[in-house]
Design a protein around this ligand. Structure first.
Ligand code: NAD
Ligand code: WQD
Length: 338
């Protein structure tokens, strides 16, 4: 299959490019590089030995999107492109709604006019808002307790895709709700490259271990969890990438929906301990107030993806810590100065 990866120069897209190429597919990447570096695609080529076609374009711009997508042939689309920083979305709601909705509308328009009938969309566990139960399965209500515009853009994207699919039944659309993607490619050539201060736990911990930041602030120590700190379902990005390959091959026809997670939760302090062990270095931390909008616990029930996609996570938290540390040590400035 020839697969278009929108946002394919980013963290999850670049790892998915590797998995698709290794599974024998061709990929073409369209990205505006607003939150990535095309060096990631050179690394994909180095890992796989296969050239990747890249087109730089802003997919939120209708004419740029149409022109870019007309320049290549593809039979399926994995749509990663979008903005993803939760706190920034609270400060810049218009930018988030515009980018995250317009990119999807433009991609769907082009797919419709080109008769491309397979779409996989990057959704997020954030659509479950403040979860009523854990582990969370796909029948859990969506939208209750979403606390930020980023989360709403994911819920709205899901609705848009549902509506388009029911008006255009030939479309096979798969919504993948990722839990907490972490880790890096085991080669040390690809990984997460956040601009500025990392928002997410594992890249922050990696920078503390490397001495780039003094200490981690642990947001909240009085949650109703094993040690009072927040619990999440961390999924190795290589497992997550494999989930996209499985979805392209095995997703149920029509509209389908899958949680991609491990089913196992770890607390912030358990992540800190696992990282210290992997890096062989201390990760100093201090307890800090809860971060607004955070939930105590978010753990996937991945049973549907396990049975219908024939996919399950294979890697553990310790693998993710080892690979994130390998990436951090070999690329202290990310893709910028290596
Ligand atoms: P990322 O920022 O590394 O990748 C997104 C890519 O989209 C970047 O390369 C960026 O340059 C590109 N992009 C942004 N706006 C664009 C535009 N207008 N036109 C073209 N390209 C554009 O993020 P990621 O972690 O790889 O996330 C990929 C997708 O998965 C996103 O949709 C994100 O919301 C979703 N997701 C991520 C997480 C996570 O924690 N990383 C969790 C759940 C869902
Ligand atoms: C994990 C845990 C924090 C940083 C976010 C988005 C979600 C999805 C994944 C895109 C929590 C704690 C964190 C720090 C800390 N992204 N923490 N100190 O919030 O579960 O999910 O990324 O879709 O939508 O909301 O992930 O990595 O930010 O936090 O104590 O400096 O680590 O409080 O308990 P989160 P995270």
């Amino acid at each position: 299959m020839r697969v278009l990866l929108t946002g394919g120069a980013g963290f999850i897209g670049s790892h998915t490019a590797v998995s698709l190429i290794e599974a024998g597919h061709d990929v073409v990447v369209v990205d505006d590089l607003s939150n990535s570096n095309s060096e990631s695609l050179r690394r994909v080529e180095k890992i796989t030995g296969v050239a990747v076609q890249f087109i730089k374009a802003d997919l939120a711009d209708k004419s740029e999107a149409t022109a870019a997508l007309e320049r290549s042939d593809f039979e399926a689309v994995v749509h990663f492109a979008g903005l993803k920083a939760v706190a920034e979305s609270v400060q810049q709601p218009l930018a988030y709604y515009r980018t995250n909705l317009d990119t999807t509308l433009n991609v769907l328009d082009v797919m419709r006019s080109r008769h491309v009938t397979q779409l996989v969309f990057s959704s997020s566990a954030t659509v479950y808002g403040s979860p009523q139960t854990n582990p969370i399965d796909e029948t859990h209500p969506v939208g209750v307790g979403i606390t930020n515009p980023y989360g709403w853009t994911k819920a709205m994207n899901e609705q848009i895709i549902r509506d388009v699919q029911s008006a255009w039944p030939e479309l096979s659309a798969t919504l993948l709700r990722y839990f907490n993607p972490v880790g890096a490619h085991p080669s040390g050539l690809l990984g997460e490259d956040p601009a500025g201060i990392p928002n997410n736990l594992m890249p922050y911990v990696a920078q503390v271990a490397a001495g780039r930041r003094e200490r981690l602030r642990v947001f909240g120590a009085n949650y109703d969890t094993v040690d009072g700190t927040g619990v999440r379902d961390y999924i190795h990005v290589v497992d997550l990438a494999a989930g996209h390959v499985a979805a392209l091959l095995n997703a149920a026809p029509g509209l389908s929906l899958y949680n991609l997670g491990s089913g196992i939760g770890y607390s912030v302090l358990e992540v800190v301990k696992a990282f210290e062990k992997a890096a062989g270095r201390p990760v100093p931390y201090e307890l800090a107030p809860e971060r607004p909008g955070d939930v105590a616990t978010s753990i996937a029930n991945p049973a549907r993806a396990n049975s219908e996609l024939g996919w399950r996570t294979r890697l553990e938290l310790e693998d993710a810590c080892r690979d994130a540390w390998n990436w951090q040590s070999k690329n202290p400035e990310g893709f910028r100065r290596t």
